[in-house]
Every structure is written in C-alpha cells, then in structure tokens.
Design a protein around this ligand. Structure first.
Ligand code: F6P
Length: 543
C-alpha cells in the first residue's frame, strides 16, 4: 500500500507554526501566571478525564489565546486525519511501508473499530490465545523443566522495545504477581548484568523468553547463546532445552535453530513497532506474572484510552493536549528537556520506557518526506520517582535558569491504609512540589527566592492496576505520535539506530585484529578509521 499522507496545506501549516512560535516566544518569561481563570469559555478544559485517568493542565503556562493557536496548529497538521488513518491501518510509517497497528493488539474483538481486515484480528486473537496457553501451563505448574520441576523464574532476554515495556508493566503490577513466579529482565550485553541476574536463578526451574522482533539485535543474540550454554552447563540435555525456552520474534526459523519448539515461538507482526509492542507477544512475561484476566484488563484500559483518543475533540483530547503542550513548551522554553516524575515507586521504570517511546519516535531532524526540519524536535525525556528526586535534582527544577516542563504522575487520593501514612505523605509532597514549581515563592534574599512558572501537568491514576496502567501507557503512545505529526516526523521508524550497530561490528573486528594492526582490514572498512577511534583502539590494545 502506498504511504499515507493527509491533505495538508504547507503554507497553512507554516503559518500556524509561525503564529504558535511567535506567541510562545512572547510568553518566554518564567513569572507565574496569575491564577488562571477556571475553564475560560471555549478553551481547553484545565483538566481532562479519560479512560479512568485525570490529566490536569491547570499549572501549564498556556494563556487562552495560545490555546486557540495550538488548536489551529493541530488542525493544520491534520492530527485527526493522521489518527484516523493510523487506527484503520493505513501505511502511516512511510519509510518502512508499514501500518502502525499497536491499537489492534488491544482490540481483539473489534470493539474500537471495524475498519481492520479480519486477518489482523485473527492474528491478534491467535497470538493472545497462544500466550494464554503458555502462561496457563507455566502458572499452573503443568509446564515442567527438564528435571520435572515447575517453573519458579522467568528470565526475559530482550532490549529496547523488547524489554522496556514489559519490564515497566511487570514492575508496576508487582502486587498482581503469581505467588511462585519471579520475573527478571536482561537487555544489556554486559556480562556483569548476566552475572547479577543469573546468580539468583536455578537453571532447572527457569524459563527463558528470548524476545527479538528482528532477531538481528546482537545483544539479545549473544545473551541467548550464553543462556543456552548456561542451561547445558547445568546438565540439561540438548534435546530438552525446549522445556526452558520460549521465543518472541518475526524470525521463526532462527528461533527454532536455537532449540525453541515451534509451538513455543510467538510471532511479532511487522505492523507493530518494538516500542509500541508490549500489548502482544512481547508482553508474554506480563501475562505470565499477572495472569490472562489481568492482562486483558490492561488491554481494556488501553482500549478505553484509544476510544477517547479516537472520539474526543482536540480541546478535550488528552493525548492531543499533552502533545500540544509539549510542542508549546519546547518552542517557548527551549530547555531541550522534559521530565516525567512518577510519585509512585511502582512506576519507577516509566521514564525509561517513555524515553525510548518518545525519543526513538521523534528524535529526528527530517520530516516523513525527508525534508530538513527548521525547528527543534523531541526534547530529552528523563525522570526518576518522587520523593527521591526531591533529594537529587529538584533544586535545579526550582531555581535553575533553564525551565524544564514536568509531567508528574500521581496514584491514589488522601485515604491511606499504611500504618505510617506514607502514601498520604507521598501525595502531599507531589501536590506541594507542583505548587512550589508553579507558583514560586517571593523572598527578600535572592538565594531563597523561587521564580515559579515551571509548567507542570499532573496525570492522576485513582489507583494503579492493570486497567489504569494500560490507559497511562496508551495515553503516552498517542501523545508521542501526535507530537511527531505536529513536527512532521515519522514517529514509527528508527533509522538512527543502525549506524552505531554497523560500526560496532567494525570496531569489534579491529579489536580482535592482531595487536599492532589497526589499519582496518578491508572487509570491515566501511568508514575510514578516524584518528580518535584509532587512538582509542591503540590504548585499549595496550591494556
Ligand atoms: O533500538 C533499536 C531497536 O531496533 C528498537 O527499535 C527495538 O525495540 C530494539 O532495537 C530491539 O529490537 P529487536 O526486538 O528486533 O531485537
């Protein structure tokens, strides 16, 4: 299918951006806005309730007339057209000629849209059924290792989108864990990581999930070989390795060559990008940990956010408003970063997932047609949980020169079952920090003055469960693609990750070349060897 591009008038889009940029620059001052009028007529609501979450923009520094400019920008950038095209499976990933149907993964029965081909629905239902079969066998104890014992530990080998999403979900839903099963995640190729993870594992009761959509990721390939040898070294016969191996990939024959039984290889469709894929086969460790029913609840929460995204007008559309707010702050502040601060330790892996989701989607400098962009695109996404971060980088957020926009994630209300009321104190801190960042604090002593005017969005989950987690992650997936469409980039490809991988092959070959030989062997001299790299290699070889 030909790549999809909505009907966009470039002159109208440029004019909309120019208007928004001009306004943004005129609002550069960091002085806190006087308390904003509540819900000025016709403007975006200060808070949006969507899929069980509350997104509170009241502390954002976007004056009413700027809201109108941003809505005009959303219209000129054809956000709604892009959205509808993505949901119905158009080829929205132009450079790879693919659809982006992560929303189909969480809509197996076509409740969101009946636009999709039955083949897609069938693939989704079949994968969920196979995930359920494996999960049920492992959780019930029916699945036995080579020595006849049930599985106690699930070791998930994968990196990037094949790790961060499932790892976030398993961490966030730790209270929903199966009593016998523990999850472990290994992405890095650093053997130190392998030693730290494997030392607590018994090969005879460990199930290894090898997740690699491409099966061309060197880290996962080597870690899989090491894990396979670890099983063999424990005395597990080669013919019984299949009792300890499951694969998630689109390269089925490669997985089988490792010893994975065909019935334990789950396919990844090419119409889902890695960083958007935890809802399907890559999410197997989540389903193993929380069970199929809770996994379905997570899908339902995401589907509910999808429904909101598909139907809400831009002024009341939470993902679109998050994207417009990000674009506004990037243009206005030019800080080059945006922070995600979860006031929930269970969401401590959320920043890492959102880093890949947003920076791998939108960290680009040409648009989907290959034309250079004239404006900054994705800020650096970073963050750590509160209240820890109040004791590390909040000083800079409060009194630094650069102003960093913040998404603050909160869970729960004021009631607290903790004997020491620690949850209530956690939330009191979250609200107080938002107040201080936003309103500032005048003081005669300049050292003690808080300028305020730091833009904060609070995203509130009444409780953290599979449904609200699904809604939260889907919220950010839709924010991410809307932000990419505003800037004109393709949020679904990631060509920038290829060069480093190729060069690493060259460098490794040079490292293994004979000691004094640094001139690149012809076979690997893809790029001329620069002096800095040559010097570094000489030093490494001297050690
Ligand atoms: O970081 C580059 C990348 O291709 C990501 O997009 C992807 O999620 C990750 O590597 C792992 O890829 P695979 O699942 O194919 O091993």
């Amino acid at each position: 299918m030909n790549a999809y591009f909505p009907p966009i008038d470039p002159l109208k889009l440029e004019a909309a951006w120019k208007a928004a940029d001009t306004l943004a620059k005129s609002c550069r001052g960091s002085s806190p806005l006087s308390p904003r009028p509540s819900e000025p007529d016709g403007e975006a609501p200060l808070t949006i309730d969507a899929a069980g979450l509350r997104v509170d923009f009241a502390r954002q520094q976007i004056p009413p007339h700027a809201q109108s400019a941003l809505h005009a920008l959303a219209e000129a950038a054809a956000l709604a057209n892009w959205r509808d095209a993505m949901l119905r499976g158009e080829t929205v990933n132009a450079s790879e000629g693919r659809a982006a149907l992560h929303t189909a993964l969480r809509d197996p029965n076509g409740e969101l849209t009946d636009d999709l081909p039955e083949s897609v629905r069938h693939t989704v239902r079949q994968t969920l059924a196979r995930m359920r079969t494996i999960s049920d066998q492992v959780r019930s104890g029916v699945w036995r290792g080579a020595s006849g014992r049930p599985i106690s530990d699930v070791l998930h080998l994968g990196i990037g989108g094949s790790q961060l999403g499932p790892e976030l979900a398993c961490d966030a839903l730790h209270r929903f864990s199966h009593p016998r099963l523990r999850n472990h995640f290994l992405g890095n190729i650093d053997p130190d990581r392998w030693h730290r993870v494997s030392r607590d594992l018994n090969p005879h009761t460990t199930l290894i999930i090898i997740a690699s959509k491409s099966w061309r990721t060197p880290e996962t390939a080597r870690n899989a070989q090491a894990a396979r040898q670890w099983l063999l070294d424990a005395g597990i016969a080669e013919g019984l390795l299949g009792r300890h191996l499951v694969a998630v990939s689109s390269n089925l024959e490669a997985a089988q060559s490792l010893g994975v039984l065909p019935e334990n290889i789950l396919a990844c469709p090419d119409w889902v990008g890695g960083r958007y894929s935890l809802w399907g086969a890559v999410g197997l460790p989540i389903m193993m940990q929380v069970g199929p029913e809770a996994f379905d609840a997570m899908l339902a929460g995401a589907r509910s956010m999808d429904s909101h995204f598909a139907r809400a007008p831009v002024s009341g559309n939470a993902p679109m408003q998050l994207a417009l707010t990000s674009a506004w702050n990037a243009a206005r502040l030019g800080s080059g970063t945006e922070a995600v601060i979860p006031y929930s330790d269970a969401l401590r892996r959320l920043p890492a997932h959102l880093q890949q989701l947003q920076m791998e989607s939108n960290g680009k400098s040409v648009n989907a047609r290959g034309e250079p962009l004239s404006r900054a695109t994705m800020p650096v996404v970073w963050g750590e949980p509160g209240t820890d971060s109040q004791h590390s980088f909040f000083q800079a957020l409060h009194q630094g020169v650069a102003i960093h926009p913040i998404d603050l994630i909160m869970v729960g209300g004021v009631s607290d079952t903790d004997p020491w009321l620690r949850s209530r104190v956690l939330n009191a801190n979250a609200v107080a920090q938002a107040q201080a960042l936003s309103n500032g604090y005048e003081h005669a002593d300049p050292q003690r003055r808080h300028p305020g005017g730091r833009p904060v969005t609070i995203i509130h989950l009444p409780q953290l469960n599979p449904a609200t987690l699904g809604a939260l992650i889907a919220l950010y997936e839709h924010k991410t693609v809307c932000l990419g469409w505003l800037w004109g980039v393709n949020p679904f490809d990631q060509w920038g990750v290829e060069l480093g991988k190729r060069l690493a092959v060259n460098v490794e070959a040079l490292m293994t070349a004979s000691t004094d030989q640094v001139a690149p062997p012809e076979a690997v001299a893809e790029l001329t060897l620069d002096p800095a790299t040559e010097s570094t290699l000489r030093y490494l070889k001297s050690l």
